[in-house]
Structures are given as structure tokens and as C-alpha cells.
Design a binder for this molecule. Structure first.
Ligand SMILES: O=C(O)CCC(=O)C(=O)O
Length: 292
């Protein structure tokens, strides 16, 4: 049907063609503003006209990446950048259930758990979890120090051996975290203290109730510290799971365990590390690598 006849049929009389409106231009990628929020609806009333007109959004839309879930056993290259490859190795059921049950109840009952006081902008706050530290050198983060402690619980020595065999690394230190319930958490951070050396391997063994371990990629300088558009990952850490973070993971990513809205039972997390004593001119205090 011709355009003229169609208008007649719809409107019952010959209607005038609508005045042509200038077409909104599609923004080019160079007009994308980093850190911009998606533009809201852009229809408004022009000042001198009584009709609605399309107003070009000032900022272009950017997709917020969907969070990916990593839950299957395997090795994952989570990013490649100028600092190198960031890698995760996930081994659910690394400890068989009965061994994991036994280790969990023993560590929960027998480790010297305490609540540490940290400092942010000069203000003291209690960490929302309990911790203890094993290693020949003290461990300082958030402006407070955990003293050196060479009294390794025998079970921790056994667990360290099996984790070393699996990872091919030698660890001389261990930070233990106890999340008592769903309200306990650890905020966004990287394990990138100078004493850990460049590109540290961190092996994390989880026992007890499942908690979600989240990772987010650090933003480039032009994002001004805004993580909105950065990649995000979720790794459910179940009873007996071993997670190994390697390569540039600490340099290029942050991780956290958030509080949860649903009830959670206690969870023990052991993060094996290698610390370099500043007093020894950055030489590692490590034992020989494990035999395979
Ligand atoms: O509990 C966890 O899985 C993470 C612990 C952690 O991020 C840390 O000790 O630095």
C-alpha cells in the first residue's frame, strides 16, 4: 500500500507527512566516558516546543560484565596483562570428606584463635573474624602485626606437606582465618605485601561451611578506582577444597569473602605463603622444595 493511502486509512483523512526530525547520532567509541553510568531515558520536552523530542544521552552505555562462576576442578588463566598471566587452580574435594571433617574439628578446637585489631585512617577496628599466624617472621597488614610463631600445630605441618606436594611450592608461613558465622568476612584486598615477594603463590585450603570467594580485576588508571566495569569471578569454596592463586593474580586482582544473608556455620581457611625476611636482604626463608 502506498504511503499516502496508508496514512488515509489510519487517520481517516489525508494527513500531512510528519515534519522530519534530525536523527540522533550514535556515539562513537571515542565518546565513551570511563566510569559513566548507563544513560537514563532521554525523552524530554524541548524548551520552545510543545512536543517531546529525543535528547542525545550525554554518556554512552557500557556493559557491566556478568560475574563468572568457577566451580569445576581445573586450571584457569583468568587474565593476561603487562604483568603476566593470572592463574587459579581449583581442586574441590582435595581432602576426602572424613579427613576434612577430622581436620576441621581439630583445628577449630585447638588453634590459638584470637581477634586482631587493625587500623584504618588512624581508627582502630576489630577484624570480623578470628585469626592466627604461623611463620618465622612476623606478618604485618592493615597497620598491625602478628608476631612470629614457630609453634606449628602438628596437623598444620601434615597439611602443609600435602599442599606443597600438590602445588610444587614450598611454604614457610600460614595465615589461618576462622569465619564463625555468616557475619564474619574479609574485605577486598590483594596478598601483595612486600615480604611476600613478586608474584607470590598462595595456596588456600578451606574446611567447614561453604563460603563464596570473590575476585575482581583491578581497574586501569583511567577508571579512577572504579571497579564497576571490571571483570568479576565467584569461586564457591567448599569443605576440603584447595585453591591456588599464582602468577599475577595478586598484582592484577583483588579478592574477598563477603558477609552473607543466610546462616552459615563456622569455616576455617588456611592460606599457605612464602615470606621473605627483610632482615635477610629479601632472601627467602624456605625449606627445599617438596619431593614428588
Ligand atoms: O577465607 C578465604 O578464603 C580468604 C582469606 C584471605 O583472603 C586471606 O587470608 O588473605
Amino acid at each position: 500500500m502506498s504511503d499516502k493511502r496508508q496514512r488515509a486509512r489510519v487517520q481517516g483523512s489525508w494527513a500531512k507527512p510528519l515534519p522530519r526530525q534530525p536523527r540522533p547520532t550514535v556515539p562513537t567509541s571515542s565518546s565513551v566516558t570511563p566510569g559513566a553510568n548507563p544513560p537514563s531515558a532521554a525523552w524530554g520536552v524541548g524548551q520552545s516546543q510543545s512536543m517531546f523530542e529525543y535528547q542525545q544521552p550525554a554518556k554512552a552505555f557500557r556493559d557491566v560484565p556478568t560475574e563468572k562462576v568457577i566451580e569445576k576442578q581445573g586450571g584457569y588463566e583468568i587474565s593476561h596483562g603487562s604483568s603476566g598471566v593470572s592463574r587459579l587452580r581449583l581442586i574441590p574435594g582435595f581432602l576426602p570428606p572424613e579427613e576434612a571433617d577430622w581436620a576441621f574439628s581439630k583445628l577449630l578446637a585447638e588453634l590459638p584463635w584470637s581477634q586482631k585489631t587493625n587500623y584504618r585512617e588512624g581508627e582502630a577496628y576489630e577484624e570480623p573474624r578470628l585469626t592466627c599466624w604461623f611463620g618465622e617472621v612476623p606478618y604485618t597488614y592493615a597497620h598491625s602485626t602478628m608476631e612470629a610463631n614457630t609453634q606449628w600445630h602438628p596437623l598444620l605441618v601434615t597439611l602443609r606437606d600435602v599442599v606443597e606436594k600438590e602445588s610444587g611450592c614450598s611454604f614457610n608461613s600460614l595465615l589461618c582465618n576462622l569465619y564463625r558465622n555468616c557475619k564474619d568476612s574479609i574485605g577486598w584486598h590483594s596478598d601483595d605485601e612486600a615480604a611476600l615477594g613478586p608474584q607470590p603463590t598462595i595456596a588456600s585450603l578451606s574446611l567447614g561451611d561453604m563460603r563464596v570467594f570473590s575476585l575482581r580485576k583491578k581497574p586501569p588508571p583511567e577508571e579512577n578506582g572504579d571497579y564497576t566495569y571490571m571483570e568479576k569471578l565467584r569461586v564457591p569454596l567448599t569443605h576440603g577444597t584447595l585453591l591456588i592463586m599464582e602468577g599475577a593474580t595478586q598484582e592484577d586482582w583483588q579478592h574477598s569473602v563477603a558477609k552473607e544473608y543466610h546462616d552459615r556455620g563456622p569455616r576455617v581457611n588456611l592460606t599457605f605463603r612464602t615470606m621473605y625476611s627483610e632482615l635477610e636482604g629479601q632472601r627467602p626463608r624456605v625449606r627445599p622444595p617438596p619431593q614428588h
